[in-house]
Ligand binder design. Structure first.
Ligand code: MG
Length: 374
């Protein structure tokens, strides 16, 4: 029976994973207990940042998160909602949402589509709260199948991209110090948009020659000045420019993308699945983050749609523990670019998971999202 089960799991793609019943995947040697119900629990946790984090709009020293657990059939799946203030969710709003979630109405965590429909029906928005349930469910699905998610999706763990390390906006001596600290990374992501753009890039370039991703966080307003700056950035070894203009400026953004010598990537402007098709021709690519997409189920669909439309795909994260970062890393073999450094920016991680080795996202063999609690 074991060989049969292995053969079955091996042939699973993303679609069949979603449709497969728990009973099929569990196989004969691990029958589900009929009375087993999914039980969701959660707690708030504050992440401490190693450095004050500054982007175009604000600075901060901590990031609030909510950690979730779903227990089913004696197995625990882990999830997380990360709550940077600009996304509009809080520990309070996440916990209020999660109190309404009753997973006992579903017979198995494999019913991912149905559970997502139920979560979206409970309340609009609450994307990080929904992601915290989705990640824990996917962790459970992988653990029940005894496979890492990337295996269930048919992905090659060798095809993970390098990940960037983020350098926030700061004074030159601090930027220089942070850049030196990041010397193990093959690419850096530099935040711009506060009026000292050339100083930031020149400071980083005084220390390293690695390629640079630029994130403006909506910090530029004039499309002509933006284009001029992008030409300059191209000469400095920049690879792409993320969210250069305010998210509302769709027409200016389409003009900029048409004229830009570098790809443009939507982040703040891009949230849910229907946005992908809407942004064809407006941006060159999308930055997929689990806290925006309501988790892995929709993130995977976003990547598929973007690919079909010929768009670039970046996979990113918030400041998060290794739980949510490792979950996103499972999808990273499908991405052109990765910015999965959220767990490296904090000093009080509570999970051990994906690693960055020689600058590359490195997946392990653990089942599910690939984490262990510390
Ligand atoms: Mg961004």
């Amino acid at each position: 029976m074991k060989t049969g089960r292995r053969g079955f799991v091996k042939t699973l793609g993303a679609a069949s994973l979603v449709m497969a019943s728990g009973k099929q995947l569990l196989g004969a040697n691990r029958m589900p207990v009929k009375s087993s119900k999914m039980k969701l629990s959660f707690r708030p946790y504050d992440l401490k940042l190693k450095h004050t984090f500054t982007v175009a709009e604000y600075s901060r020293d901590t990031t609030p998160v909510v950690l979730t657990e779903i227990v089913f059939d004696g197995i625990t799946g882990y999830g997380e909602a990360s709550l940077p203030p600009y996304l509009g969710e809080s520990q309070h709003s996440v916990m209020e949402f999660l109190k309404k979630v009753d997973l006992s109405r579903f017979s198995t965590p494999f019913l991912l589509e149905d559970i997502h429909e139920y979560l979206d029906g409970l309340a609009p928005g609450n994307r990080a709260a929904k992601a915290s349930v989705d990640i824990a469910l996917h962790d459970l699905v992988g653990k029940l199948a005894d496979k890492p998610l990337y295996r269930l999706w048919g992905l090659d763990p060798e095809k993970t991209p390098v990940t960037s390390f983020t350098i926030g906006i700061d004074k030159p001596d601090v930027v220089r110090e942070k850049t030196l600290e990041a010397k193990g990374f093959k690419v850096l992501k530099v935040k711009l948009g506060r009026g000292n753009d050339k100083e930031m890039i020149n400071t980083v370039r005084s220390v390293t020659d690695v390629p640079i991703y630029v994130d403006v966080n909506q910090g530029w307003s004039d499309k002509h000045k933006a284009l001029e700056m992008i030409y300059w950035l191209k000469d400095q070894g920049v690879v792409f420019v993320e969210q250069p203009l305010p998210k509302e400026n769709i027409d200016d953004m389409a003009w900029l993308t048409e004229h830009s010598p570098l790809p443009t990537v939507a982040d703040e402007a891009f949230q849910r699945l229907p946005d992908v098709a809407r942004f064809k021709g407006v941006y060159s690519g999308i930055n997929v983050k689990l806290m925006k997409s309501t988790g892995l189920l929709e993130a995977h669909k976003m990547i598929t749609v973007a690919r079909a439309l010929g768009m670039k795909v970046m996979i990113g994260c918030m400041t998060e523990t290794s739980c949510a970062v490792s979950a996103a890393a499972q999808l990273s073999p499908l991405a052109d670019w990765a910015d999965l450094d959220g767990n490296l920016l904090i000093s009080n991680d509570v999970f051990d998971g994906m690693k960055v080795i020689n600058g590359k996202v490195t997946l392990n063999d653990l089942p599910g999202i690939g984490v262990k609690k510390i």
